[in-house]
Design a protein around this ligand. Structure first.
Ligand code: MRU
Length: 340
């Protein structure tokens, strides 16, 4: 499954807000529409956001062609599109990575055709890299083991196939028998709506749990390994991921289990020394104070809704990347693997 596709001059996206009830593809013809679709989370997940932005710049270039913009006016138009795409979501660094790569190509004079080739290449590299990290990570999934997931780091969050879910798909393909416990992932329920959907489609045995149930399952010996994706990884190996990942990590450590993070090179931000410098998106209070349209707390109650948290490197057993595994997770190992 791929959550985004380029077809006949348009970017098509699965509207992830409607899953699992409805599989609806929406089309974007302008870069502004792509920015709106990233902001409203029609498309979400760090690598998928980055790829959508890359295709967004292709659309901007097409718009410039249609308006016969040349030279400086074309450059200014594309720069404005880039700025708008960059302003959508602050935490996942893949967005800025993709805009940087495509922006550099534009500065070097790339026309629409070359930009489209670049976006498609980034897309294919993402899918291939996901498969590679999953093959390395699948060694953690042994017969009879229990795996915990948080948020959605599957095909829907990427160009296709997935990061955090990749070892699960590989191990399942190899015929290993194991069970997945899916954190529902409050407040937007990416676990319940998206991860459970992907596992059901693939025929992977799984059980949905509320986020606050994971520790008791660990204590009961039902979980041996937790697998997550990442939105931004600092040079020291600190990982920003969906809010609640830090709690998973603390619980994993307390019970002597393993937490593995899976992410491509495009998720690493080596310009920052530690997770303390990662900007954390703060989202609408309504996501916490309401259940759908219904308010679940008094009208005067305020909510706090950070979309992400930072897990310190020392709580992570390994980071599996498209360049190979990082373990132990420390600045020297991060630098060594990312050089490759
Ligand atoms: O807010 P979202 O749904 O975009 O957050 C997504 C996550 O936190 C994922 O776990 C992360 O992007 C890694 S996915 C490959």
């Amino acid at each position: 499954m791929r959550p985004l596709e380029w077809s006949e001059g348009e970017l098509k996206l699965i509207d992830q807000r409607l899953l699992p009830g409805k599989v609806l593809w929406v089309s974007c013809r302008r870069s502004q529409e792509v920015a709106a679709r990233i902001s409203d989370m029609t498309v979400r997940g760090a690598p998928a956001i980055g790829l959508a932005a890359a295709y967004g710049l292709v659309l901007a270039s097409q718009e410039a062609d249609d308006a016969a913009l040349k030279g400086e006016s074309r450059r200014r138009f594309l720069q404005a599109a880039r700025k708008e795409l960059a302003a959508t979501r602050p935490t996942a660094v893949n967005l800025f990575w993709a805009l940087e790569r495509c922006g550099a190509a534009i500065e070097a004079g790339a026309e629409t055709g070359a930009l489209l080739e670049l976006a498609k290449r980034l897309h294919e590299e993402d899918v291939a890299g996901n498969r590679r990290m999953g093959e390395d990570g699948a060694k953690l999934i042994t017969p009879g083991c229990g795996v915990l997931t948080h948020c959605n780091a599957g095909a829907l969050a990427t160009g296709g196939w997935g990061t955090g879910l990749s070892p699960i798909f590989v191990a399942h393909e190899r015929g290993v028998k194991f069970h997945v416990f899916v954190d529902e992932t409050r407040p937007r329920l990416q676990g319940a709506r998206l991860t459970a959907f992907e596992l059901a489609q693939a025929g992977v045995p799984h059980t949905l749990i509320c986020d606050n149930m994971a520790a008791s399952l660990m204590r009961a010996g039902k979980i041996q390994v937790a697998l997550t994706g990442a939105d931004r990884i600092a040079a020291n190996g600190d990982v920003a991921n969906k809010i609640g990942t830090y709690s998973v990590a603390v619980n994993v450590k307390h019970h002597g289990l393993r937490l593995a993070v899976l992410a491509p090179k495009s998720t690493f931000d080596l310009s920052i020394a530690s997770g303390a410098q990662i900007p954390i998106e703060e989202r609408s209070q309504d996501e916490v104070t309401q259940w759908g349209e219904e308010r679940i707390c008094p009208a005067e109650t305020k909510a706090f809704n950070p979309g992400f948290d930072v897990t310190p490197a020392e709580l992570i057993s390994a980071i599996f990347t498209d360049r190979g595994p990082i373990s132990p997770v420390n600045p020297a190992e991060v630098a060594r693997v990312m050089k490759g």
